[in-house]
Design a protein around this ligand. Structure first.
Ligand code: ADP
Length: 228
């Protein structure tokens, strides 16, 4: 699903954020991308979204080489990739339902279809009772669940999460992780970038470790993983 071959990223200021990174994440896999701050995690996610272009090497998503993607094709790629951020990025003056519905409104779906899809998603994430609430009235964990619902509304094949638990205490972090694992079990490929090594170590899942732009470790999923 996601393949990188000898990927190098040098920013215009001369900073080598990624050096010779080769990795593969299979369809339906769950992978942590970890490493200290500045290791290159966000840069890797930005390359997958073509928000930045690699200086060297190849990146394939779903078998397509995104290095040669024309600008006009980028929105189609991004439609297949859901995004979750540390700071949720919800729109404060839109209620939960309307925050989740945005992606479908942009796609031009009809009112009835939007209502069906959003309600189904909110129900699955135990948020239906909060549909009319505004982000400011929700806990951090609830806000992140809304952000995950919004990321899933277009049924993307891949879900990329950049420090999704960064603003949450350990209990809520585990709750969000559980949700991401559920989503993965239903078939979505999930990549979670986090510097929280305690969180990563608790799960024993596939873990790609970056340090100073290099892939220094690729830990496979442990044969016995915690199953909550
Ligand atoms: P992480 O997400 O692991 O914290 P980043 O990918 O944000 O790491 O950063 C990797 C390296 O690239 C760091 O040294 C950072 O300073 C540098 N960097 C990130 N973005 C830019 C940019 N837009 N221009 C120049 N250097 C950058």
């Amino acid at each position: 699903m996601i393949q990188l071959y000898h990927v190098h990223k040098r920013y215009p200021n001369g900073c080598d954020a990624l050096s010779d990174v080769t990795l593969r994440i299979r369809e339906g896999e769950f992978a942590f991308l970890t490493g200290p701050s500045g290791a290159g995690k966000s840069t890797l996610l930005r390359l997958l979204l073509v928000m930045e272009r690699a200086t060297d090497g190849q990146i394939l998503i779903g078998g397509r080489n995104i290095h040669v993607l024309r600008d006009a094709s980028i929105p189609f790629l991004r439609r297949n990739i859901g995004l979750v951020f540390q700071d949720f990025k919800l729109i404060p003056r839109r209620n939960v339902f309307d925050n989740v519905a945005i992606g479908l409104e942009i796609m031009g779906l009809g009112h009835k279809d939007i209502e069906r899809r959003v309600n189904q998603l909110l129900e699955g994430l135990r948020l239906l009772h909060k549909a009319q609430s505004f982000p400011g009235d929700l806990s951090g964990g609830e806000q992140q669940r809304v952000a995950i619902a919004r990321a899933l509304v277009n049924e993307p094949a891949i879900l990329l999460c950049d420090e999704p638990t960064g603003n949450l205490d350990p209990d809520l972090s585990d709750e969000v992780l559980q949700l991401l694992l559920d989503i993965n079990r239903r078939g979505t490929t999930v990549v979670v970038a986090t510097h929280d090594t305690q969180l990563v170590d608790r799960y024993g899942l596939r873990t790609l470790v970056l340090a100073q732009g290099q892939l220094v470790e690729d830990r496979p999923r442990a044969s016995r993983t915690l199953d909550f």
